[in-house]
Design a protein around this ligand. Sequence first.
Ligand SMILES: [Zn+2]
Length: 85
Amino acid sequence: MGKRRTRILIETKEILVAHKGAKPIVTWCRECQAETKKVTVLQAALLCQVDQSSMQAWIQGGQLHVSQAAEGDLLICLASLGYQR
Ligand SMILES: [Zn+2]
């Protein structure tokens, strides 16, 4: 049951990403051991309706899968965002 709920949450967030005009970047996620969609910290904050400092706290708390984009931006794995809220 928990898994199913998470899956729905992820799908909802993916739809939200599309709505906000964000273009998720597909890259390898070490934690997921799979290629997953990633968004920037700002986009992730918008999706979760939290401010960027809350998002930073989640990142620092190790709650999210984070990887570094080529430009130096942090990218947040959407799959890990599905577990929040
Ligand atoms: Zn991940």
